[in-house]
Design a protein around this ligand. Structure first.
Ligand SMILES: [Zn+2]
Length: 141
């Protein structure tokens, strides 16, 4: 291919990226993009650091649907919050991601508590009905 970037990489080898259309350099080596390329490198480093921190924390798949991240009990939500806290402390996720998970966890906690309360109430009503001690319909009417 004769359309490769004409720049030399920092280890002295020719850049193997394709040149941009009508230009001699790839995006990263284009002098016109120096500032954008610098920002992209910083972003790339941040992402790489984040990925490494996630890997170190054993959470490299956080954010992806995972079988073991089924949230159906308060214990599941507590585990997610503990993992999220660890991931945030290690710099593996952003404050926005941590806030988002915390918000969703709070909503999940309310829903789980409501469902648990509803089911406990239903079971209590059924037991009371069976004893014939109290007529639930009369109470709620
Ligand atoms: Zn290049």
């Amino acid at each position: 291919m004769d359309n490769l970037c004409k720049a030399t990489t920092k280890d002295g080898k020719p850049c193997t990226a394709p040149a941009q259309a009508g230009k001699d350099y790839c995006f990263m080596h284009d002098p016109d993009n120096a500032e954008k390329a610098r920002e992209a490198r910083i972003r790339g480093n941040k992402n790489a650091n984040r990925r490494n921190a996630l890997k170190k924390a054993g959470l490299e798949n956080i954010g992806l649907p995972k079988d073991n991240y089924k949230l159906s009990t308060l214990k599941d939500v507590k585990r997610l919050l503990a993992d999220t806290t660890n991931a945030y402390i290690q710099g593996a996720i952003t404050v926005e991601q941590a806030k988002c998970i915390a918000y969703l966890s709070s909503t999940m906690t309310s829903n789980i508590k409501d469902a648990d309360l509803e089911s406990a109430l239903k079971s209590l009503e059924e037991r009371l009905e069976k004893t014939g001690y109290v007529n639930i319909n009369r109470i709620s009417a």
